[in-house]
Design a protein around this ligand. Sequence first.
Ligand SMILES: [Ca+2]
Ligand SMILES: [Ca+2]
Ligand SMILES: [Ca+2]
Length: 267
Amino acid sequence: MRSCQIRARESFRAALCALCVSILVSGCAVIGKTSAVERYVPKEPYPVVYADPAPVIDGVLDDPVWKKAVPMETFFEYKKTGVRVDIVRAWMAWDEKNLYLAASIRDKDIWVTETERDAVLCRADVVELFVKPPVRDRYEYELYEFEFNVWNAIWDIHYVGFGGGGDVRFSKGYEPDIVCRATARGTVNDWTDVDEGYTVEVSIPLDAFSRTVPEGPKAGDTWRYNVSGYDFSVYRREPLLWTSVDGNTRGFAEYELYPSMIFLSRE
Ligand SMILES: [Ca+2]
Ligand SMILES: [Ca+2]
Ligand SMILES: [Ca+2]
């Protein structure tokens, strides 16, 4: 059982090998060539608005906070620098108790398989949130991964360090009190018709991050994130892997490239 990002790490290794081979075969001239496509980097951190009142987690985005929140619309195809994905809108918000995520996905063929906590959700349609708070001690590789599907399943993992093991070690036993509610616009698991998509609404208690940030975020703090996911579809030649990170080639856990988000004050 391996998480999505660990598999992606393996492809990172493969890419490194490919690079080594390329250098050996082509000589150092290869290194001098730069990508023709410049990586998109947001100029400002994503503003995480304060939710007052808190949203009702029901998979319906009619809450006042989702009208106030800023939509994230810049998503990219994994491993394809500069190639935008237009099937996703997402929003984040927070309050003194929770980090909130909402995502609306256009999906013509909604397919899921898992209902259990900590099942491997990314073998079917999934929305993922990676969160990288500022680290406070020697565990600089700490990373939080959350996955959600349209059946409200949750996979939560707190990687203390990639060298220390993957989800086999860090998934079970990490079960913060997350609530996920999703709604489908279409029929789940029926490929014979054309679906519109689905919506996921989530609250993640701030104590999910307590090992890294014991007091939780304060207004003005900046963390890093990646909202990503998989779309399996009979209408695609291969599954679409989408990510907040342009130039994301080494797995969704490639947090060095993550955009920033800033926690806004209550106002
Ligand atoms: Ca709602
Ligand atoms: Ca799908
Ligand atoms: Ca878990």
